[in-house]
Design a protein around this ligand. Sequence first.
Ligand code: CAA
Length: 379
Amino acid sequence: MVDFTLTEEQERLRELVRKFAQREIAPVAAELDREQRFSQEIVDKYYETGLLHGVVPEEYGGGGLSSLEGCIAAEELGAVCGGVASYLGANSLGLTPFLIAGSPELKKELLPKHCAGPSLAAFCLTEAEAGSDVASMRSTAKRVGDEYVINGTKQFITNGGVASLYSVFASEQPELRHKGISCFMVPAKTPGVSHGKKEDKMGQRAADTREVIFQDVRVPARFRLGEGLDGFKIAMMTLDESRAGVGAAAVGIARAALEAAVTYAKERKQFGKPLAQQQAIQFMLADMAMKVEAARLLVWRAAHLHDQGLRNTKESAIAKCFAGDTAMQVTTDAVQVLGGYGYMKDYPLEKYMRDAKLHQIYEGTNQIQRLVIANELLR
Ligand code: CAA
């Protein structure tokens, strides 16, 4: 039997995050979007709930949440603000390579400190010439004595200017392409780390997205994760894990748009009756609901597989892709249900639509997800 019922503990988690998001994020979401402002205050308050470092095991000072529980939280955050959901989630993304491949000694050295406060991490993989094509990265890492010297510029990094800890991918042997890449933990205060300009984005504007520049940045050799030269696989395993959570935030955006459309359709009268009694609108709402519920189940399945210790490469790509496409379709249709009002900034619908678009682009475009799915089917 398959049981889709959440446990009482998971229901409590969902309620806690839902109330947190309504109380702390909803009142400022439009303002953060308008002013393109990152709010550390929200990070501070989320930290107080004990969920900010939920992805980190309790033995290192984290919340010890399962992947499914992380997805439950991400949906609630996404339903209130896609940008905030993204930057709280990017902390988990930045820490995941470390959790996958860090030595127990390095984890004991860095993680309790990171988890002792409202700090954020960031995942530094993408470069100007290496977005989808990770193996083409130009950042380099050179061993010099007991240190590695890192040089390169990372682009479009969520939490780029506000993180205190980075997971950084750089090549020790560029001629080997993906087989030459390693991953390093780099504290943001390390000399040589600087930031480029903050990106002016279409959506998810609360998130601080920018270039992170590494110029002769020296880290102790023990800050390299894994065996070295296995950074590409660490990145892929990280994305397998994180894509379910990104899908969950997309489900949240889609759900919020659907709820707003349903409320509006019941209130708005045209041709002498509410929109909700027009079959054309009913069918749109029904299609939207089908997609939201299907996306959530795909997200939960990908997370559940991970929690069973099973590889979920295909399932997490399916979940991320379907949920991202769903968020785009459902928010677009929700704007349509509201008509002219949906297009205006007085209603949150146009923000949902702008926030949703990034879900088809980051953590691997949805074209890359289809490539991953096809590769898994055909190998
Ligand atoms: N787990 C473990 N190993 C994996 C793997 C996985 N999921 N996927 C691939 N590998 C292994 C392969 O088995 C292969 O191993 P061998 O060398 O032993 O044969 C190796 O990795 C290379 O695999 P490919 O030949 O498939 O590699 P590729 O160069 O063709 O690229 C790709 C594959 C799927 C396109 C990959 O580059 C990719 O996922 N690109 C998208 C990158 C991405 O998602 N970026 C997002 C940035 S983060 C972000 O956006 C977050 C944010 O800010 C919020």
